[in-house]
Design a protein around this ligand. Structure first.
Ligand SMILES: NC(=O)C1=CN([C@@H]2O[C@H](COP(=O)(O)OP(=O)(O)OC[C@H]3O[C@@H](n4cnc5c(N)ncnc54)[C@H](O)[C@@H]3O)[C@@H](O)[C@H]2O)C=CC1
Ligand SMILES: O=C([O-])CC(=O)C(=O)O
Length: 274
């Protein structure tokens, strides 16, 4: 029997992460290839026309799993009945800024959207905050939506986790899918600590510790860490825009593993408030 559709909210859906993210969700990348979805897309009035353009493209793409699209500038309409909320709406930093520099602009958004979510989302809605500063926005959302369980409010650290996997895979010339169990300690900021002390690589001879295979503690304790810490800034320098496809893909990984779980022996990272 076909599953009932899951309602997924994406705020800031007319922006660059939103544009990369909504087709992934509609294709089943976030919730599975057999899970129908209804997309709720929210943006602000100046972006209403662009948002409608995204809706038109979703229709044109004829995604078999996509059972409906709500495109709106009304937070209550956007939040009503949603089971998963991916909070991307906000302003990105520019070259030379830290993520905390967009705090004054973005934090107020999370106050007002928290109450819309609290009042109108489905019970047990899972919330992922992407907009920066992601940990702080998640904390604000928790404060202003006290009836949403704390364990349901998370923020995106999975991009840092995936960046660490990518760096190890490149360094060792192994498949990224063979590298696992890195940890990111701290906030999604340049002070984070990417930790490979429990990380392993699957090799023909079994699971091997990353530290043993890399055999270069100076690199692991130095350049590796600063590359992951500064990757967001490096992308901004190169693209003149902040990461979008990797952020969208990591948001899908975050929700997928949260809802569907990970293989035994594999752990992944959630920015959480507990
Ligand atoms: N946690 C993470 O790993 C990452 C976080 N980010 C953050 O994600 C956020 C979005 O980035 P982009 O998509 O590149 O920015 P963008 O500027 O392309 O899109 C943001 C969208 O949010 C909308 N928006 C602004 N205020 C809103 C509100 N009150 N309600 C709903 N929508 C609103 C804008 O109109 C725009 O369409 C930024 O804060 C960025 O720093 C970006 C990459 C990775
Ligand atoms: O660096 C930024 O501003 C965007 C972001 O959070 C990232 O790419 O990690």
């Amino acid at each position: 029997m076909a599953k009932d559709p899951v309602r997924v909210l994406v705020t800031g859906a007319a922006g660059q992460i939103g544009y990369a993210l909504v087709p992934m969700i509609a294709r089943g990348v976030m919730l599975g290839a057999d899970q129908p979805v209804i997309l709720h897309m929210l943006d602000i009035p100046p972006a209403a026309e662009a948002l409608n353009g995204v809706k038109m493209e979703l229709v044109d793409a004829a995604f078999p799993l996509l059972k409906g699209v709500v495109a709106t500038t009304d937070a209550v309409e956007a939040c009503t009945g949603v089971n998963v909320a991916v909070m991307v709406g906000g302003f990105p930093r520019k070259e030379g800024m830290e993520r905390k520099d967009v705090m004054s602009k973005n934090v107020s958004i999370y106050k007002s959207q928290a109450s819309a979510l609290e009042k109108h989302a489905a019970p047990n809605c899972k919330v992922l905050v992407v907009a920066n500063p992601a940990n702080t926005n998640a904390l604000i959302l928790k404060e202003f939506a006290p009836s949403i369980p704390e364990k349901n409010i998370t923020c995106l650290t999975r991009l840092d986790h995936n960046r660490a996997l990518g760096q190890i895979s490149e360094r060792l010339s192994v498949q990224v899918s063979d590298v696992k169990n890195v940890i990111i300690w701290g906030n999604h900021s340049s002070s984070q600590y990417p930790d490979v002390n429990h990380a392993t690589v699957t090799t023909p001879a079994g699971e091997k510790p990353v530290r043993e295979l890399v055999a270069d503690d100076a690199w692991l304790n130095g350049e590796f860490i600063s590359t992951v810490q500064q990757r967001g800034a490096a992308i901004i320098k190169a693209r003149k825009l902040s990461s979008a496809l990797s952020a969208a893909s990591s948001a899908c990984d975050h929700i997928r593993d949260w809802v569907l779980g990970t293989p035994e022996g594999t752990f992944v990272l959630y920015g959480c408030l507990l």
